[in-house]
Design a protein around this ligand. Sequence first.
Ligand SMILES: Cc1ncc(COP(=O)(O)O)c(C=O)c1O
Ligand SMILES: N[C@@H](CCCC[NH3+])C(=O)O
Length: 430
Amino acid sequence: MILPPHLSVRDGHLWIGEHDTVGLAERFGTPLYVTSEDRIRENFQRLSGALTAHYKKVRILYAAKANGNLAVFKTLASMGAGADVFSAGEVALALASGMRPESLLFNGSSKTPSDHALAVEKGIRVSVDSVDELRQLDAVAKEAGKTVEIAFRVNPAIDVPTHPKIATGLATSKFGIPAGQILDAYREALALENVNPVGIHCHIGSQILAVEPFAREVEVLIDVARDLLDIGVDPAFIDIGGGLGIPYRRETDRAPTPEDYAGAVMPVFLRGIKELGIEPEFWVEPGRWLVADSTILLTRVNSTKTAHKTFANVDAGFNLLIRPTMYDSYHEVVAANKADAPAVSEYSVTGPICETGDILAKDRMLPELAAGDIIAVLDAGAYGFAMSSQYNSRPRCAEVLLAGKEAALMRRAETIEDLTATMVTVPWQE
Ligand SMILES: Cc1ncc(COP(=O)(O)O)c(C=O)c1O
Ligand SMILES: N[C@@H](CCCC[NH3+])C(=O)O
């Protein structure tokens, strides 16, 4: 099995950085999300280095939805990241982590008046998703006596090789304004008093393992920039969104590196802006690439069973990691306490949720497993805990952050009391 560089096998155990995962499972209990701060830093530096090698005016906005722990935000804030935020909660986390309002972009196709009011009050730029939203935002800004800087989100009608549920730039997707309507939207923004169009935004989808769609996206955005110049808008930034995928199947996935990605998009961008005679900032919004491989989910085997198939029943299910159930996603699994034992049997690693689809890993060759063994689910840092739930009335698990030899809780496990903490007794049941 190919492991990422921060994971290793020592004396039969899986290690993450300087930590024995079996020791972490014993110390903090299972299920347990474990995140390497060092790996997030490495990832940020690598992506940032690859892009800035081509152009200095690059800004990285972490896609906050990928992993919403404040400690993760703080790590990225300390590296100079801003954030792509989609909700008032993400705004609060980003600001609490030390990110400045001007390094955020408030995205989303369905914002409320209070989202707009928050952006206006804090001075956060907004990516506007429709002309209807534009008019609402202008009214909110007028009411507050302020002007808000905006970008429009362009729908570039680009098909991408990924799961259909996470392709966002298709012509039929709910996001953005078609390229054919975008100029009219900017014209209307210019005519309004309290919105100031300063940027262009786009995002074509997630977990994309090819670079060509990103290059095509940049071509579309350069065309938009050309049209904008004709109506007197010199864009201050062009934001191509996130979407760079990672090799969840390390043996077979051919994933572009950050250098491949930068090598595909930056020449198109640089050629375009040179021809137009402009120097906008280049923004990206990576989520998965920064955090996915930083994190493993540790889960304990409760029992094993051989029926028509062999099952390892573990204590984490789709309540904690829904990607396999929702998108048929593949996550590598390792028997953490038998990491160099030979793989002898085919197991489905199944969770405790009362649904047949509660399968974390299907038909995987693993060492002989028994109750008490620890399984590590790899690459769980993006859209893992962030998409967890209390389904089946299961409290969510803890999250631990590692830095060098240090390990500490960055989120405590929920308790049974937490499950009822927000419930209110209705008067007729008192
Ligand atoms: C607007 C926007 N930006 C960035 C991202 C981050 O995507 P990824 O985690 O694939 O990099 C997303 C999620 O797909 C998004 O919706
Ligand atoms: N949640 C998806 C990614 C969606 C990105 C959000 N726009 C996943 O786990 O792959």
